[in-house]
Ligand binder design. Sequence first.
Ligand code: ZN
Ligand code: ZN
Length: 216
Amino acid sequence: MGNRIGPCTFPNCADNHGTPYLTSLGMCEPCQRRLARTLGWLVMDWVGIHTMLPMPARRGRQERRTVQKVFGHPAEWASDTAAEIGVVLNETHDALAEYLGDTPPPHPGITERLRVRAAWDYLECRVDRLALTDFGGDAATDMRDLHNKVRSRLGLTRPRQLLPTPCPVCELRTLFRSIDIGRDYIECGGCGHVIHEEHYPFYTRMVLDTILDSAA
Ligand SMILES: [Zn+2]
Ligand SMILES: [Zn+2]
């Protein structure tokens, strides 16, 4: 495992000649960082969408089936997209846990927020192992496509999302995540403090904790 050299499986990996880098890691190291970032963004997308929902989404199966695939209403779009993110994260978690012989994740039926949280906890520190699997490339493609879809929609309607956690500097609840084309950053609207990208994983965990606690 991992010794075979082949083209990097991350979507659109390209060297100067437009061909994917050769690697024995499944994905080249820059692409593993891209995958880690995409995973973090997608979880933050879920957080952002989650805050748009009028109340904790708890829909029965019957109700689910009646949802039309026309995303006219923002709340409908939000709950469907949040569910879609939950599924992609849960399925990736499931596939990797099976591949590595670990305990399977909570399955559909368990609340979405618990599945998202479990997937983040499991996947965030195993990006290198996900990269080595034969489904890592597909998982990366799904995550990236979903993130791009969310970004193009939220970028138009809600380019700034208030996070449920206080600013680490001024302690006001004025932290915003901003989505721009090609940029994704967290900044305090009160004191201007910017959270650097390397601290995103820490923040993502804090934000997920806050959401889980407030749902109790
Ligand atoms: Zn690559
Ligand atoms: Zn601040």
